[in-house]
Design a protein around this ligand. Structure first.
Ligand SMILES: [Zn+2]
Length: 197
């Protein structure tokens, strides 16, 4: 296959892109100069070489010797609060609100209400393992959608069944229904965090 076809096919697999948009991206790349294409190719390679998944919260971050991201490696942060989010970008949104100084855990998805095969689609077992004796509050900061609420409910039950006796809270409903955390502004997140319950 020609490079145009191969690249179009690869790009079409990206979130939010279909075959039409992928073809437009390829056309755009062809219209740019060689230096831009070289930088792009180099940075994609560097992603794999210099980025690693944090062994504690599971977000992707600059690889460090300890295998921890800067947030998890920060000994000044509160070890007793664990915020469970869906995606890496949610952590950036919460950090930008400057109201939270605890730990994070990236779930990697939400539970499917129909299939309910939780352990296959999200980091279910990893979360149960992560909630150790240091953690006294687990905050579910998931999307305010039926799937988000369902996931929080199922995971809280699983935590209790696993022997967890601490507090479980949900981010305050100041967030509008159907909202994805990553699109919430810092002020909204601050009040949602304050009004958790
Ligand atoms: Zn981490």
């Amino acid at each position: 296959m020609s490079p145009i076809h191969t690249l179009t096919e690869l790009l079409a697999r990206l979130p939010g892109l279909g075959p039409r948009q992928a073809r437009r991206v390829v056309q755009y790349l062809l219209s740019r100069d060689q230096a831009y294409r070289d930088t792009l190719a180099k940075e994609i390679q560097a992603l794999a070489a210099r980025t690693a998944q944090c062994t504690r919260c599971y977000r992707y971050a600059d690889a460090t010797a300890l295998g921890l991201c800067t947030t998890c490696a920060d000994g000044e942060r509160d070890q007793s609060t664990l915020m469970v989010v869906e995606h890496d970008v949610d952590i950036d949104a919460i950090e930008a609100s400057l109201t939270y100084a605890g730990q994070y855990f990236v779930l990697g998805g939400l539970m499917n209400m129909v299939k309910q095969r939780k352990e296959k689609v999200i980091r279910f077992k990893e979360l149960i393992r992560r909630v150790n004796t240091d953690v006294t509050e687990v905050i579910f900061a998931l999307a305010t959608t039926p799937e988000g609420d369902f996931t929080a409910k199922e995971l809280s039950s699983a935590l209790s069944a696993g022997g967890y006796t601490g507090t479980v809270s949900l981010l305050g409903r100041g967030l509008s229904i159907g909202a994805e955390l990553e699109y919430a502004d810092p002020e909204t997140l601050r009040s949602a965090l304050k009004n958790r319950g």
